[in-house]
Each structure stands twice: as C-alpha cells, then as structure tokens.
Ligand binder design. Structure first.
Ligand code: NGS
Length: 289
C-alpha cells in the first residue's frame, strides 16, 4: 500500500537505453580510507560531480539508465565515513550508468541503533519520491574497490559485500547477509521488509536471511574477484551494544514475518535535507519497548 511516487523517471521516453555493459568501467580501483587530510568535504564532493541533482540524485545524460536504484544507508553520527563513502561511490555509480540516489537514514532519537528499522524507513521514504526498481542497503563504512561489481538487482535478493579487507577478503559464514544487500522493490514488499524489533547490534541481517528462505527465494552473490570492499576502521559505538534478545528473536523469524516489518512500521520523520550529495532523512524510531 505504498503511496504513488512524486515522479516515475527522469529521462525523455525516446532516449536509447544505456548499454548492458557500461563502457566506462575501470575494474580495480585505488581506494584509500586512511588519508592524512581525511576525506573531501561535502562541497568538494559536490563540485567533483557537477551533474548531481538535489538530494544526491544522478542519471546518465546520454542514455536511458537500465536501473533505477535507491542506495539506503543506515546512519548515526559517522560524518567522516559518509564523506569517504560519497567521495568514492558517486564516481563509481556514475560509471555504472545507474539512475540512482543516495538516502542516508539518520537515527536522531537516543535509543539503541536499529539498523533494520532504518532500512525500512529508507525504503518507504525513497518510494514516496521516485519509482525505484531496485534497493541497495549499504553500511556507510564499506567502499567498493572494483566498479565491475554492478549495483543492480538481479532476479533474486543478493548479498553484495562478499570480500572485505577486514576479513581478509573471505566470506565470514555461508549464511551471512550483512553489510551490503540488494533487493528489487517487489521482493522487498513480498518479504515485508526487515524486522523492526532488532535494537542494538546483530541478528537483523540473519533474520532477513531467514525471511528470504521462508519465501522460497535464493540468495545470489557476485564473484569475490569484483565484489571487493575496503572497510573504514572504527570502534564499536557505545550506543550500539550487542542485542541480548537477538538469539531468541531469531528463533521465531517465520512467525513474525507477516506482522513485523513494513506493515507494522511506525516512525516520525523530523526533517528531510536534500543536500547536493545525498538526501538525509532525520528520523525518530520511537521506543525500543
Ligand atoms: C553475526 C551477527 C550478524 C553480523 C555478523 C557479522 O554473529 O548480525 O555476525 O558481524 N549475528 C548475530 O549476532 C546473531 S561483523 O563481524 O561484520 O561485525 O552481521
């Protein structure tokens, strides 16, 4: 029961489609997340991408993008990470010729961090603005090292952050679904989004893994040769302690699925800032009960 978006697409109907394989891809990229001077400022990042439209929306100016992709980032108080992310990822996503926008969902209440609920909010708020076909849910501390890993949504949900430097570029465990994932709009609705009940660190991604299995969908992964990421080094935030309830919640993923998710989502948007480089949605997620 999503409201109709303000806009459905951003290009003239008579344009030619972009090519199946974007011609400007470079492959392996230089990514340095430990620069002495730190990442560029937001205004420098905007200057580097002059074709960005308000809110960090971009689409190719020479062909009809094959994919309308919303990138949703759960966020609280990580400005340096966000600037590194934007300074590298805008260029990469543009070479991938996506019609994309970056939505940063900023939890402004003082409760424990709720990554999954922030993703649900990002989905609903992004769908109010534009007719997105594909969602990429993206932790702010990961930067792609190879632009051949395309941020598209294939026929099944996908776990994208396959090989991360912090984990020696090895998958942590076979069922991992954290970090970066993609789902089509229809898949996300069918799954009722993520659970809203995981306050604090851990388990919300495993719960989504369970939902996908219960819905008889498969999880795809891009090859580790291109799905390579650098992670920004940081300490665990004190407001994001491991959630002691996560194991008991995971025992009833199936019975919660139909009533805990998009259809039970409650939140209060405090502000929506359309910055040149991204849309920041300040949200109060309410009490963790
Ligand atoms: C598992 C967590 C996941 C988490 C993964 C990787 O143990 O939520 O570790 O975490 N599941 C539970 O706690 C039930 S990481 O090492 O990347 O911080 O995504």
């Amino acid at each position: 029961h999503l409201p109709k978006p303000e806009k459905t697409h951003d290009y003239p109907e008579n344009w030619q489609s972009c090519l199946e394989t974007p011609p400007k891809l470079r492959g392996q990229l230089e990514v340095d997340l430990n620069q002495t001077a730190g990442p560029k400022s937001f205004s420098e990042i905007a200057t580097d991408s002059p074709a960005l439209k308000s809110g960090g929306h971009w689409s190719p100016a020479y062909c009809k993008a094959k994919n309308r992709v919303a990138i949703v980032i759960p966020y609280r108080n990580r400005e340096i990470h966000l600037r590194y992310f934007l300074m590298y990822m805008h260029k990469t996503l543009q070479r991938q010729e996506l019609d994309y926008q970056i939505f940063v969902v900023n939890q402004v209440d003082d409760n424990s961090f709720n990554r999954a609920k922030l993703l649900n909010v990002g989905f609903v708020e992004a769908m109010k603005q534009y007719d997105w076909q594909c969602f990429v849910f993206h932790d702010v501390d990961l930067v792609l090292e190879n632009d051949k890993c395309l941020y598209r949504c294939p026929e099944m949900p996908r776990h994208i952050s396959v090989a991360i430097d912090k984990f020696k570029y090895k998958l942590l465990y076979a069922a991992i679904f954290g970090g970066i994932t993609s789902m089509t709009t229809d898949q996300y609705i069918q799954l009722n989004g993520y659970s809203n009940l995981f306050w604090g660190w851990g388990g919300e991604d495993d719960d989504m893994f369970n939902r996908i299995r219960f819905a008889n969908m498969k999880i795809l992964r891009p090859p580790p040769t291109t799905a390579r990421f650098k992670m920004i080094k940081h300490d665990h935030e004190s407001s994001n302690k491991p959630n002691p309830k996560r194991f008991s919640l995971l025992k009833n993923s199936l019975s919660r699925m139909s009533e805990d998710g998009l259809n039970s989502l409650e939140y209060t948007v405090k502000a929506i800032h359309k910055f040149p480089t991204h849309t920041m949605i300040d949200v109060d997620l309410g009490n963790d009960g």
